[in-house]
Design a protein around this ligand. Sequence first.
Ligand SMILES: [Fe+2]
Length: 384
Amino acid sequence: MIIRGVNSQTFIAANLARVEQFYRDHLGLPVVKRSVHHLDEKLATITFGFNSFAGAAPRMETITYIEWNPIFYMVPERGFMEEGQTKQDVASPRAGDPKGRWGAGTNHHLALHVPDRNGLLKWKRRLTDLGIHVTGPYNRNYFHAIYLRDPDGAIIEIATSEPGFGHDEAVLGSGFRKQPKENLIGGRDEFAVAFETWPQPIAAITDDFALRGFHHITSISSDAERTERFYVDTIGLPLIKKTDYLDEKGGTHFYYACHEDLMPGSVLTFLGLPNYKPGRLGTGLAHHFTLEVENDAALDNEHRRLQRAGVPISPVQHTRYTKLFQFRDPDGHICAISTPSDFTVDEPASTLGTTLCLPDHLEEHRVQIERQIAFRPAPTPLLD
Ligand SMILES: [Fe+2]
C-alpha cells in the first residue's frame, strides 16, 4: 500500500485565538506551528500536535486551522486549492454567511483517541465542568465515544481503542454487519447515556486519559457504493467495515484503513446518506483531510496516477513543512496527499509554535502580518 497513514485534518475557524484556547487549555494539545497559508498570506494558520507518552515519540497527526475572519463574506466555494484561484477568491470574496453547512461532500467529524472508557468519562466530566456541551458515551460497537464541538461548531469526537474492529467478523469488510438494536438511535437508553460521567471533577489532564492522536476521520457521502469504488479502486485503501450508521435510520457507515495494523489514526470513515444535499465549505467544518505517503517520489507517482485516472487535482505544492497536492472525491470533498510533515525546518523542536513562522519572501512584511493577527482578539471566555 502506498498510503501509509493519515497526516492531518485542516479546519476553518473564525478566530484562531479562540481555537487555540480550546485545544491548548481545554484539550491539552501543544501548538506546533503558527504561520500563514502557503497559497495566500492573508490566511493565518495554527497547527496543533500531540504529546508523547511513556517515552514513545508523539504521533504524527496534526490539526490545522485556517482563519477566515470576515463576518459578511462566504468562504470561497472552490476552497483553497491553487495559488492563483485562492488569491483571487480571497481578494474578492462573495457576500454571505461564512458558516459552513454539513452535507454530501463535507466532513462530519474528527475523532481523537484515548485508550479506554474511563478516559472518556474523565473527558466528559472535565469538559462539561468547563461549560462545553458533551454527548455520550455511546457504544459504537468497535469503540466507545463522546462528542463535543469546537468554538466554531465543528464536531470533535473522542473515541477508545477497545474493543476494536475485529470482534464481529473474521475477515474485515467481508460483509454488511448489522448493528445491535441497543446501539442504534431509538434503541439506546439516552437518559442513561446522558447521566453517566466521572464522579469527581477533573482539574488536570493526566497521562492516563490525555489525547493520543487521531482515532478516525469521518465525512459524508451521498452514494456509499460510488465512494467505495473511489477510495478502494482509485486511492487504494482497503474497506474494513460495512455497517449501519448508528445515528440515522437508513444510513450506512463504511470504514477504510490506511494501514494494515488498523491502529487508531489510520482509519477514514464515510457516512452514507443518500438524501443529503451537497454541503457548503465554511467556518465550523473541515477544509480537507490529508493522507501521507513516504517521500517525494511516492507523491509524484500518486499525482501522476490520479491525474491519469481523471481525478480533479491541484498542482503539487510546497508548504515549507510538507509537499502536497489536493484533489476532490466523487462528492466534491477536498482531500490531499502529502509527504511527512517537518515543522522543524524554521524553528527548533524544543520551541515549536512559539513564534510566527513566515516564508523568506514575507519577512519584510512581518510587522504588518503580526499586527493583523494580533489585532483579532478572542472573545472573553465565559468559563475558565
Ligand atoms: Fe466517529
